[in-house]
Ligand binder design. Structure first.
Ligand code: SF4
Ligand code: SF4
Length: 100
């Protein structure tokens, strides 16, 4: 058996199943809505693995389902304008990972 066959692989859905959320009272992710309105890519809507961001053309706002965030940090770098205010949830809120 090769090494790659002996390492169990898991899908992103399986990994997300190991995540437990304790949402805080307010968002720890604050996109700059002025930038979102002119953003040509809306990239966060595509690369966030937890589908946290959703551009709403009617409200003309980037909606943020921060409760689903598992704090991977990708949007800090991947935002087209790098203008998402981002901090870890405080007071024991946020994500924990189950193992086993
Ligand atoms: S990539 Fe950045 S600027 Fe563009 S919609 Fe997402 S948060 Fe807003
Ligand atoms: S930190 Fe990761 S999971 Fe959370 S909103 Fe950003 S890209 Fe999505």
């Amino acid at each position: 058996m090769s090494t790659s066959e002996s390492i169990p692989q898991s899908t992103i859905e399986e990994k997300l199943f190991t995540v437990k959320y304790k949402p805080g009272p307010s968002s720890h992710l604050i996109p700059n809505q002025d930038h979102c309105q002119i953003c040509p890519t809306k990239a966060c809507n595509y690369f966030c693995p937890a589908n946290v961001y959703h551009w709403d053309p009617e409200q003309h706002r980037n909606l943020v389902a921060y409760e689903n965030c598992f704090e991977c940090g990708a949007c800090r770098l991947g935002c087209t304008y790098q203008s998402i205010e981002w901090f870890y949830p405080k007071d024991g809120h946020g994500v924990t990972f189950r193992h086993g």
